[in-house]
Design a protein around this ligand. Structure first.
Ligand code: PHB
Length: 386
């Protein structure tokens, strides 16, 4: 088998890349270790920056997003039992959109199948070869048969636990990492959201977030221990924690519960020879601010432009700068996600100094238009470099 770009992973990064390349007349093959129901059901954050929405719209992938997504012009910060609205649109002229990541994935899988180009699920034993040469190869097993895919370029979009980053020689990789001493317990419930916008709460008991998937489905999160045992959290205990931290929520049947680990992670560089990493394969942000999928979109925009220039005979110039261009944005978004996390979570059980500093920071933020503008600019999404 031969293609121009071999893509590992059918998450937002791999699927969007395949679609942008297809529109530029560039062929690709996507292979994915998991099944289609698994990737279409995987619950992740659901907040898209204005730029991500624009990118999906320009790519022709946003029909359902525009019908079902909820556009938000603001969000709220809650501390000391009071909520303060941040007027995102008034401060930046931009807005964010609530649309579950798995919904965007379903739309992109459907768009891929509509092109007739290959997307193979449940692929086993994938391995990369000759990535430092002009003819990299991917070997894998599909339906019990060993296959080889020869390509010009490999895009490693296979997530944090994928094989792509691991295929880079360890001596060229630098890893930067923070693991947080807490996690998020997240639920989906058949319950009307308390507010039509998001509420981020800092409370003495820990962080909480009220978000949503629709006007009848709430998505709610509570700070918990990293190794939290879900069996210790009855529905009643979850609701009690949410009421306490958010100042009241609407209850309803809980139909999904899970724990999200919190980590900041960057691997540099994002390229080795003809292998390019994109999305979670190269970086992880804690979910505060919901930047994960938005960063994947930003990476893929640069990679698709670089590959388009390459196949149009304009050389490797943009591809040579891929890692540098992406990392400039990634580090700003890492800083933002780390800052939001640090401001809103309880780090230690008894540290009155930490508590006072967090409240002072929030108080400054809600009372300074300059500070609110800084938050808003980053929350709605920084401009793209290329
Ligand atoms: C979500 O809707 O799941 C969500 C929204 C905003 C965040 C994190 C998660 O900061």
């Amino acid at each position: 088998m031969r293609t121009q770009v071999g893509i590992l992973g059918a998450g937002p990064a791999g699927l969007l890349l395949a679609h942008l390349l297809h529109r530029a007349g560039i062929d690709s093959v996507i292979i994915e270790a998991k099944s289609r129901p698994y990737i279409e059901g995987r619950i992740r954050a659901g907040l898209l920056e204005q730029g991500s929405v624009d990118t999906l719209t320009e790519a022709g992938l946003a029909d359902r997003l525009h019908r079902e997504g909820l556009a938000h012009d603001g969000m709220e910060l809650r501390f000391n039992d009071a909520s303060h609205r941040i007027d995102l649109h008034g401060l930046t002229g931009k807005r964010v959109t609530i649309y579950g990541q798995q919904e965007a994935v379903k739309d992109m899988v459907a768009a891929r199948f509509a092109t007739g180009r290959p997307l193979h699920f449940e692929v086993e034993d994938a391995a990369l070869h000759d990535i430092a040469t002009d003819q990299p190869r991917i070997t894998f097993t599909l339906d019990g048969e060993m296959r080889e895919l020869r390509c010009d370029v490999v895009a490693g979009c296979d997530g944090f636990h994928g094989i792509s980053r691991a295929a880079m020689p360890p001596e060229v990789l630098r890893i930067y990492e923070r693991v947080y001493p807490f996690a998020w317990l997240g639920i989906l419930a058949e319950a009307r959201p308390i507010s039509h916008e998001l509420i981020y709460a800092r409370h003495a008991d820990g962080f909480a977030l009220a978000t949503m998937r629709s006007n009848t489905v709430s998505r709610l999160y509570l700070q918990c221990a990293p190794d939290e045992d879900l069996s210790q959290w009855s529905d009643a205990r979850i609701w009690e924690g949410l009421h306490q931290r958010l100042g009241g929520v609407n209850e309803g049947p809980i139909f999904q519960k899970g724990v999200t680990a919190m980590r900041s992670f960057v691997a540099e560089p994002m390229r080795h020879g003809r292998l390019f990493l994109a999305g979670d394969a190269a970086h992880i942000v804690p979910p505060t601010g919901a930047k994960g999928m938005n960063l994947a979109v930003a990476d893929v925009r640069v990679l698709a432009q670089g590959l388009t220039a390459f196949y149009r005979g304009q050389g490797m110039g943009l591809l040579d700068r891929y890692s540098e261009i992406c990392l400039k944005r990634i580090w700003k978004v890492q800083r933002f996600s780390w800052w939001m996390t640090a401001m809103l979570h309880k780090f230690s059980d008894n540290d009155p100094f930490e508590h006072r500093v967090q409240v002072a920071e929030l108080d400054y933020l809600v009372n300074s238009e300059a500070a609110r503008t800084g938050l808003a600019e980053q929350y709605v999404g920084l401009p793209y470099d290329v």
